[in-house]
Structure formats: C-alpha cells, structure tokens
Write a protein that binds this ligand. Sequence first.
Ligand SMILES: CC(C)=CCC/C(C)=C/CC/C(C)=C/COP(=O)(O)OP(=O)(O)O
Length: 293
Amino acid sequence: MDAVERAEAGARGPLGEVPGRWSRGTVAGLLRACHPGPTAAVTLLVTGLAVASGQDAAGVALVAAAVLAGQLSVGWSNDAVDADRDTALRRSDKPVADGTVDARTVGSAARAALALCVALSLAYGPLAGAVHLAGVAAAWAYNMRLKRTVWSWLPYAVGFASLPAFVTLGLPGTPAPAWSVVAASALVGVGAHLGNVLPDIEDDLATGVRGWPQRLGPAGVRLLLPAPLVAATVLLAAGRPGALGIAAVAGALVAATGGSVLGRRWPKVPFLAAILVAGIDVALLLWRGTGPS
Ligand SMILES: CC(C)=CCC/C(C)=C/CC/C(C)=C/COP(=O)(O)OP(=O)(O)O
C-alpha cells in the first residue's frame, strides 16, 4: 500500500487521531510541505525583478501571486510524490512522513495551486504566462521523474530561466528579455540544485535516487557549486562594468566559495549561499534593469 492509499484508508496522526481535512495540524503540515524557504525566496526575488523591470503595481502583484502559486504547486507535488520514500527514511523535516498531513491532501493542494498558477500566469500575459507555465511544468517533471536521472539539472535551468522571461514578456509591448539575464537565472537554478541536493546525497543514494549531483558525490558538488553561481553574476556584471559590478562579483565569489567550504560541516549552508548569490544578482538587476542589453 503506498502513502496515497494509506491516506485514503484513513491515516492517523502521531497520537492515533484521524486528522480532519482542514484541522490546524493539516494547515501547519501544508505550510511545512510547500518547501517554505525556497518558495518564499523565489517569490520575493522575482517580485524584486518585477519592480526592477518597471512593471506597475498591479503587474507586480500578479507576478508575485502567479510565482507564489507555481512554487506552492511545485513544493507540494514534490512532497506528495516523495511521500513513501520520505516515510521510509523517517525524515523529520517532512510532514507527510511524521503524519502531520496526509499525502492525498498535499496532492490536492498541489493541483489546486497549479490551477491557480495557470489562471494567474495567463492573466499576466498569454506569451509570458506560457513561458512561466513551461518552467513550472519542467519543475513538475523534475518531481515526477527527472530528479532520478543525469538530467536533473535541466528542469532547474529551465524553471529559473523562465522567471525573468515571464516578468519581461508581460511588460507593455512584450519586450524580449535580455539573454544574459535569462542565462544568469538558468545558472543560478543549476547552483540552487547542487546546493539543495547536497545535504541529502547519502539518503538519496540509499533509496536509488541518482540525479546529477548524486553521481558527482558530495566532494564533487562542493567543488563545482561556486562555478554556476559566480558565472551568473559575471554575466550580469559584464553588461555594465564598474565598481558596483566588481563588488557584486566579489560578493558572489565570497558567498559561493564560503558556502561550499562551510558545506563540509553544515550541509545546508551551500543552498543558502545560492539564495544569497541570487539576491546579489537581483540587486544588480535592480540597478541595471531586466530588458534587452
Ligand atoms: C518555475 C521554477 C522556478 C521552478 C524551479 C525548478 C525546480 C526543478 C524546482 C524543484 C523544487 C523542489 C521542490 C525541490 C525538492 O527537491 P528534492 O526532492 O530533491 O529535495 P527534498 O527531498 O529535500 O524535498
């Protein structure tokens, strides 16, 4: 019996109670299951990008809502798909594994968020919406299958590349995004993938998940991690050379390399470093804009 069937048969909470569909525990479980850190970080960074692009307040609000719905759908579908594996590993950071919320509820929430994401993305603009939805579809493909393959980096690259394109294509006149911004975002996505998987490599290998970082191994991941992150900042800084660009590249170098070194002792630090470099990149974009260079 898989986790979904167990839930349908009436999964019980840690104290043996049958959880109500919308009890306080269920809501808390859903909040934990959405991958709240990355969901909040991606939504805030893309909202910052929308502000940098010169979008008006209604447009910025639509971008924020569409990206939040997309990230919620990706986070929840990930935990719904991984329910059996996370339960077998007794992962204390997974609310489905500790019985706080059942996999069926998390799966329903993922589908509802996806439906909302489709409506909000297309409301922002048909072409922009289609691009964002392609990124979200790539992330679902990661959850369903690609995370177990050598192509695990690809949905991250596509998903992150879609974000600045989404913002820019929704501006009046549907301007094309700068290639350097799209490429830099894809590189940050690859860095985020390496940083996110690093703490879980041992568990992943034990359960047959052999994505690209698992094949590289922890030492290989730590060595490679700074490369895509720093390359992203160099790409963005190259468009407008000057003191601020140099400071941004230096900051990215310190954050990415420091994260990689500290990752030996604190495995979650490299992912935080990836978020920090993404923040530096968005700050650069606030300064230089997201349109064609
Ligand atoms: C549109 C857009 C920006 C998309 C982002 C791209 C993408 C592929 C995101 C996946 C995010 C996610 C839920 C990772 C969990 O991975 P995991 O299952 O390896 O880690 P876990 O076991 O800790 O949950």
